[in-house]
Design a protein around this ligand. Sequence first.
Ligand code: PLP
Length: 408
Amino acid sequence: MNPNLTADRPTFVTHLECSLTGERYEADRLHGLSRAGKPLLVRYDLDAVRANLPKGMLTARPTDLWRWRELLPVRDTANIVSLGEIETPLIPIPKSAGSPNVLVKDEGRLPAGSFKARGLVMAVAMAKELGVTRIAMPTNGNAGAALAAYATRVGIETIVLCPDDTPEINVREIAAQGARVWRVNGLIDDCGAIVGKGAAEGRWFDFSTLKEPYRIEGKKTMGLELAAQFGWKLPDAIFYPTGGGTGLIGMWKAFAELEALGWIGPERPRMYAIQASGCAPIVRAFEDGVEHAERWEDASTIAAGIRVPKAVGDFLILRAVRESGGKALGVGDPAILRAVDDCARKDGLLLCPEGGATLAAYREALRTGEVDEDERVVLFNCATGLKYPMPPADNALDKDGPIDFGAL
Ligand SMILES: *Cc1c(COP(=O)(O)O)cnc(C)c1O
């Protein structure tokens, strides 16, 4: 049994806070967005965490997501759900990146094959804690798969809506893991509108990205983990494939909390929000110098996970990127495909298209001098490359005929 799940530990949540206005909300109640229509952030008594969690105690624990229990919102250990949320490895890809200092954080090793597991394991545990019995969610695929897996495990009913061109494997894995999944003739925000309508009628709880407060807390563990893996010194830059931006917002929050604990200093990585140029609302808002992003019309990219025309946390993404001295960068589908192909052929690591987007963006940033070859850079590979279409490999041998060994 994993001691991170059995130990009886206190929790330190004090309240929730509107990310725009700072208005306070009570903990231990079911919340969606704030009254201002913005995401809620969970706040902790970090002085008490510091007193109760010496760094040495943390580092002595098994290295999974639940080692961070004191910085997470679940109160009752009995509500924790787990499918084995391991600490994901950092893998150098010197040949395809063109620098030995680039590391891929390979999130494809997580349950259901993507980093959506981090957010959904937390959101589902909290839904259980707060008595939710039915959840609906719009998804481009991976979030629905992670939701289905965890909700099934704790006996919560789930309805998942996805665009009708969502990769077939995602739709099927959602169904196979016990959710009711529907294909919708629209994009993710069209699916979200249906989910919102049902929620307003009291049919279910709305699990859209950032519309419940706890996915950020789960995604925050990426930042906590990076700090631990880098020996409490952060990398120089992080390239994050940005759809709803949960992970980028979560990591930024993690760094602030770690600094408050005294575990890291004030230095921060430059945060790069990477989008596909066929759906780049955050890039456009960044370049226009505005705080909120307009909806991106006719969104289109092979990187389905970042095909998000409008993000409710847009201002939080833009703030983190700007405060960090980073940028929002767009990359085209051909560059994404080239990056995926190069990384697999030259470094033996199969990326998902969204992970490929971070590599493509890094190579462009290296070329333009935006990053330096000596800088330590982390690229996020957010899902296993095995879920996505691969180029055909059609060579065949006739065992009964003559074999040209020289040609093999
Ligand atoms: C969800 C998803 C993203 C985007 O993550 P956000 O934190 O919502 O921006 C990127 N890639 C893949 C594969 C995803 O499933």
